[in-house]
Design a protein around this ligand. Structure first.
Ligand code: 5GP
Ligand code: ZN
Length: 310
């Protein structure tokens, strides 16, 4: 939206005889922010519109509201009702102050500017649910696992969502929070990765990395979620973020340690049919060096012997 700020402000000033209060300019800018307008369309439909309809004061036809009996009102009556509404608004504002907008304050403790920046950068300035760009809709930094569910204030647990996706998530999320407590602590007593005592190389809230005990190349590393789950397909978005973050670190460290590393194969084996031997989801980070096999063409496509070439 930033590209329209200047013409909107100049136009407002021209239309206000050259001078305007900052709140008037802000309101003018706001009128162009479709995500804010969408938010209040939802409020109109789901809250105030619904109440006024149930009291038989308005009618709704498709996307329009009509005041019932408007045609029978005299100009004097219209004037009186407007005055009455204005009085009610002013009384309410006086009583509640700014507290009436409290519901719009998403986070009690705001996410710092630098963390916000990192999340938006990681998302390449797009909503991570619908893909809309930050130029089209304001993006918010959302807790993937809500805070009241024990979700952490950590970059792994943040995602960039546009206003609409964030509002929809809130509207449709009827998760029983109690059931999810401890979710990320799930362990399997029979699992060697849940119970192993590994020398962790990198760690964050939801994942850690360690060297593979039977490496296929030097520095072959595994990255696993702390929660026990079987395959890649069981990972949550927060765990994917956590594993992705560690993969970047692992890669940086390996290439800093070993200049012969020229590339990587990254992969998850999912299920026995695909060759998985340890039933705790893990990402293989396999450093590759020029000449380590006679012909590297095909990389992971060589999982089916002889099929890697085309
Ligand atoms: P999968 O075949 O399930 O994709 O991979 C399992 C990986 O875990 C293998 O690369 C294997 O070498 C590794 N692995 C198995 N047991 C251990 C262990 O006790 N310690 C470590 N560090 N790696 C293990
Ligand atoms: Zn496990």
């Amino acid at each position: 939206m930033s590209h329209i700020y200047q013409p909107v402000m100049i136009k407002k000033l021209l239309l206000s005889e050259g001078k305007a209060h900052k709140s008037e300019i802000a309101q003018e800018i706001l009128s162009f922010d479709s995500s804010q307008v969408e938010y209040y369309e939802k409020v109109t439909n789901n809250m105030v519109g619904r109440v006024l309809r149930s009291h038989d004061i308005v009618e709704k036809e498709k996307n329009h509201y009509t005041l019932k009996n408007y045609k029978n009102l005299s100009p004097k009556e219209i004037e009186e009702i407007i005055q009455l509404c204005e009085t009610k608004i002013q009384e309410y504002l006086k009583k509640r102050g700014m507290a009436i907008w409290e519901h719009r304050r998403r986070n009690r403790k705001p996410i710092s500017g630098s963390v916000r920046y990192q999340v938006l950068k990681r998302a390449y300035g797009r909503c991570e649910l619908c893909g809309v760009s930050k130029e089209e809709k304001a993006l918010e930094v959302d807790h993937i696992v809500p805070k009241n569910l024990g979700g952490e204030d950590s970059i792994n647990n943040y995602q960039a969502l546009c206003f609409t996706c964030n509002a929809n998530k809130r509207d449709t999320d009827n998760t029983d929070f109690r059931e999810l407590e401890g979710y990320y602590n799930t362990k399997d007593t029979t699992c060697i990765f849940c119970n192993g005592n590994f020398q962790k190389i990198f760690e964050n809230n939801l994942a850690f990395s360690f060297l593979d005990r039977y490496p296929v190349t030097n520095f072959h590393t595994l990255i696993i979620p702390k929660r026990h789950c079987s395959t890649f397909f069981d990972l949550t978005q927060a765990e994917l973020n956590a594993i992705y973050g560690l993969a970047q670190k692992v890669k940086e460290q390996i290439i800093a340690k070993d200049s012969s590393v020229g590339g990587f194969n990254i992969g998850f084996n999912a299920e026995e049919a695909a060759g998985q031997t340890v039933n705790h989801c893990h990402m293989h980070v396999i450093p590759r060096r020029k000449g380590d096999v006679e012909n590297p063409i095909g990389g992971i496509r060589n999982v089916i012997a002889g099929k890697g070439q085309y």
